[in-house]
Ligand binder design. Structure first.
Ligand SMILES: [Zn+2]
Length: 43
């Protein structure tokens, strides 16, 4: 999963290397990890 560094939107659909933010059109995307909550214990 990727996230746009310009608008902060999450982008799930990636077409190979030609990635672009569908919201603002920016190519600056940051690779983020999927929210796999395993060792999260806030209590
Ligand atoms: Zn964007």
């Amino acid at each position: 999963m990727y996230a746009c560094v310009e608008c902060g939107k999450e982008i799930k659909k990636i077409e190979h290397k030609f990635v672009r933010c569908p919201y603002c059109g920016s190519r600056r995307l940051a690779k983020i990890r999927p929210p796999v909550a395993r060792e999260v214990s806030t209590d």
